[in-house]
Design a protein around this ligand. Sequence first.
Ligand SMILES: [Ca+2]
Ligand SMILES: [Ca+2]
Length: 68
Amino acid sequence: MKTLNVALTTLVLLASTSAMAGTFTDYDTNKDGVISKSEAAASESLMKLFDELDANKDGELSKEEFNK
Ligand SMILES: [Ca+2]
Ligand SMILES: [Ca+2]
């Protein structure tokens, strides 16, 4: 059981590290090249910035919009 716990902890740490890195591909979970609002919801801080970043107001973030 101890081994399993260590493995799970490692997974959680890895997951939170990649969330914190916050790269475009991390958020674009369905890999369609844009971040939808539901994908952005994975990050509270991204969600707060979403409307600001969505320059053309189409409800999705392109890579260009995300990198601003
Ligand atoms: Ca997407
Ligand atoms: Ca947009």
